[in-house]
Design a protein around this ligand. Structure first.
Ligand SMILES: NC(=O)c1ccc[n+]([C@@H]2O[C@H](COP(=O)([O-])OP(=O)(O)OC[C@H]3O[C@@H](n4cnc5c(N)ncnc54)[C@H](OP(=O)(O)O)[C@@H]3O)[C@@H](O)[C@H]2O)c1
Length: 348
């Protein structure tokens, strides 16, 4: 029988606590170390996970703890330093989205993973969903023909502040587009994989707070491919609850999927997936409940297989670079109020 995979966890905040539980609950994983700067978070981590070594500093944890993979769930501006330090110690990395807050940092992280010969997985967990992942399988099966149009949209309540309010601080969050819409850029690009790489993007955004125009309560972007396919990613934070939709049209048929919950992390959502092959409309069955808490469990299980060499990272450094890069080009497109090319910005 294989040894359990030893996880170190950097960050024990709102989402980090869900990571801790997903690791702890997996019989093939051991949560051996946790880092968080505040005394309050460290005390809570020590109480909930007495078997784990607790550190105030992620770099001390990387230097001193014995582990196989680090799971980085810290504010986005800290991702580069922690990920690169861990990879230089020969550790595999599960890195939460966004990969980093600028393209240069994303490239540095991807390059270090290659240099150090370690695995790097990005936290684009929607790919592992029984619902959003099933859509990819339907597209690959040819049921709708070639996908030509993808819409991913969300209506939700405002973002959480984050520890110390980092999510509302432009220097630490990088861009609000890197928070939730990044998942939709990743999904849309994944669904349109057969179209190659996107070439141009145009975005709009506005804010309810005139003194903070960069905090886009409403955000929409379109990006297109050389073959004429295109995607629309759209979100409003100026609303309530959490309601996500995907609509896709192909040369033969179409897909419509929806997910609704009182919160993004509800364990009792309602969700559906309808697939039309051009003749028949089917309510596609899904094997498991859809939702980010469930997808996180799948992500931890996937990382265990990745560390054991049984599977590749589902979202690679290149995927992380693309999704963060598209978000940053979108932010720039809003500032410049014009469409911008994307391919050149993202070349290695
Ligand atoms: N994939 C997804 O669906 C998803 C969902 C939510 C968040 N995220 C991403 O996950 C990350 C964390 O988000 P969150 O909502 O959990 O934020 P959060 O609630 O603010 O938690 C951040 C945690 O990181 C800790 N921290 C701050 N600086 C640190 C450092 N240098 N080293 C170690 N720990 C540090 C904080 O410590 P204290 O508690 O001690 O202050 C806190 O425990 C962000 O990158 C975010 O974009 C992804």
């Amino acid at each position: 029988m294989s040894q359990p995979i030893r996880f170190a966890l950097a960050g024990f905040g709102a989402w980090g606590k869900h990571h801790a539980k997903s690791i702890f609950d997996n019989p093939d994983a051991r949560l051996v170390a946790i880092s968080a700067p505040s005394e309050a978070s460290r005390a809570e981590a020590a109480q909930l996970y007495p078997q784990a070594q607790i550190f105030a500093d992620s770099l001390d944890m990387i230097a001193q703890a014995s582990f196989d993979i680090i799971d980085i769930v810290t504010p986005s501006h800290t991702h580069r330093e922690i990920a690169i330090a861990a990879m230089k110690h020969g550790r595999h990395v599960l890195l939460e989205k966004p990969m980093a807050t600028n393209v240069e940092d994303c490239k540095a992280i991807a390059a270090t993973a290659a240099e150090c010969g370690v695995q790097l997985a990005l936290g684009h967990e929607l790919r592992l969903s029984s619902q959003w992942g099933e859509i990819k399988k339907v597209i690959q099966s040819g049921t709708i023909g070639e996908a030509q149009y993808v819409l991913v949209e969300l209506l939700r309540k405002p973002y959480r502040q984050g520890a110390d309010g980092w999510r509302y601080d432009q220097n630490r969050v990088g861009s609000w587009v890197l928070e939730e819409p990044i998942h939709f850029f990743d999904l849309a690009r994944w669904y349109l994989e057969a179209s190659g790489d996107p070439v141009e993007l145009y975005a709009y955004g506005n804010s309810r707070d005139p003194s903070r125009p960069e905090l886009f309560d409403n955000f929409s972007a379109m990006f297109k491919y050389p073959n004429g396919s295109y995607a629309v990613v759209s979100q409003t934070l100026a609303a309530f609850e959490h309601h996500q939709t995907v609509k896709i049209s192909g040369t033969k048929g179409a897909i419509w999927a929806g997910w609704s919950g009182a919160l993004d992390r509800t364990t009792e959502p309602s969700f559906f997936l309808k697939v039309f092959d051009g003749e028949t409309l089917v309510d596609q069955p899904m094997a498991k409940t859809s939702g980010e808490v469930f997808e996180l469990r799948e992500e931890i299980a996937h990382c265990i297989r990745m560390v054991r060499g049984e599977s590749h990272s589902l979202a690679s450094g290149l995927d992380g670079l693309w999704s963060a890069g598209l978000c940053l080009v979108a932010e720039e497109s809003i500032r410049q109020n014009k469409p911008l090319p994307v391919a050149d910005l993202l070349k290695f």
